[in-house]
Design a binder for this molecule. Structure first.
Ligand SMILES: [Zn+2]
Length: 373
């Protein structure tokens, strides 16, 4: 990608119709630059050397030789062998190319779904989600203190679409906040749940039919038969998905036995905008950029987020608005300690989330984000 893209262009790239084209371009460029695992490992050796991180893990000496596998260091002082990546962000990784691709995407100030990422690079979706979340975690951790306005997690309830292991059974993710009266104690509970699976419940069969129904309705209202013909699934699967979507308030039945999409995105945006205005900040308008990007990331690209990890996506939107961590992201990874699934499991959105103040509105995203779905 060209280096001198303006802030406005970079943001537009995240939205339709530029989004699909930019995504493909990024993949193509990545394949040319890093065609194999070997190319990634040898690049990593150079990056470690540039950061003065090519050192013996036992005695700290920099007189080391890199073995042929580009992963093992052999020390000339203590004669011991050690792993180049031990204890770093890259500790124990196997699919180095997938990690490189995630870094590539971040460095280009872009984001993709775990589903697309998994297909593009040939790994499982749960691995893809883990890799993408690790990058978001690192970005949030390094974003530092910035001028912001705090929003209660409650203001984001319309965005809770995915279940996490903390979502009570038989309860919609969006109802999570109504369950526990005391938010701070919920937060503690999250942190104590490190033994459960860290993965959000990802696209199941049902989710894929749901997604197909939503896509079919994007063009306008349709009858049940028209939906079934478009998505080519069994009647029972389609009916189950439609019932589910109706209960979730995503679609509604209208006259003539037809169904249409409910505009949850607009409702979510309107609710957040009202909250911004209610705070009567003179910088209200500048917050919209971060919110619009967050909506695009969570609704449009990640196709819903869980309450537990929502702030990772908000943190990324905040950083995109400020462009504060991206150009040096690979260096940041090399200098970071190991994150791993244990730290990700212990992560939870806090009760009050910061939305970053940017330069007063580059332009008004609200209309664009509304049209993006
Ligand atoms: Zn040594």
């Amino acid at each position: 990608m060209s280096e001198d893209k303006g802030c406005r262009t970079r943001m537009i790239d995240m939205f339709e119709p530029a989004y699909l084209e930019t995504r493909q371009l990024l993949l193509n460029e990545f394949i040319v630059k890093f065609p194999s695992d070997e190319s990634c490992w040898s690049s990593l050796v150079h990056e470690f050397a540039a950061c003065d991180k090519l050192r013996c893990r036992w005695c700290g000496a920099d007189k080391v030789e890199v073995q042929q596998d580009s992963r093992t260091l052999s020390c000339n002082d203590c004669k011991k062998k050690s792993s180049m990546t031990a204890g770093t962000f890259f500790h124990g990784i196997k699919k180095v190319r997938a990690w490189f691709f995630a870094i590539w995407i971040v460095e280009n100030e872009f984001y993709v779904s775990s589903k697309w990422f998994a297909q593009a690079i040939g790994i499982s979706q749960s691995s893809a989600l883990h890799i993408l979340k690790s990058t978001l975690y690192l970005i949030e951790e390094n974003s530092g203190i910035f001028e912001s306005v705090g929003f209660g997690l409650r203001e984001f309830r319309l965005f809770f679409r995915k279940r996490s292991f903390l979502t009570p059974a038989m309860v919609k993710p969006s109802c999570e906040l109504q369950e526990g009266a005391d938010e701070s104690s919920n937060h503690d509970n999250y942190n104590n749940s490190a033994d459960s699976s860290w993965v959000d419940v990802t696209a199941s069969e049902v989710d894929s039919v749901r997604d197909a129904v939503i896509s079919a309705l994007k063009e306008g209202s349709r009858s049940l038969d028209e939906i079934r013909n478009t998505i080519k699934c069994s009647s029972s699967d389609v009916l189950a998905a439609i019932t589910d979507l109706e209960l979730d308030g995503e679609i509604s039945a209208i006259a003539g036995n037809r169904f249409q999409l409910c505009n949850k995105v607009k409702a979510g945006l309107t609710s957040l905008r009202d909250e911004v205005l209610r705070k009567e900040s003179s910088d209200s308008k500048s917050i919209f950029d971060a919110i619009a990007l967050f909506c695009r990331l969570s609704f449009g690209i990640a196709r819903g987020v869980s309450r537990k990890y929502l702030s990772l996506y908000l943190g990324f939107a905040n950083s995109l608005v400020a462009k504060d961590v991206f150009s040096s992201f690979k260096t940041m990874c090399i200098e970071s300690s190991y994150i791993g699934s244990k730290r990700l499991r212990a992560y939870a959105s806090s009760a009050v989330l910061p939305i970053r103040l940017s330069q007063p509105s580059l332009f008004d995203f609200i209309d664009e984000v509304s049209h993006a779905f």
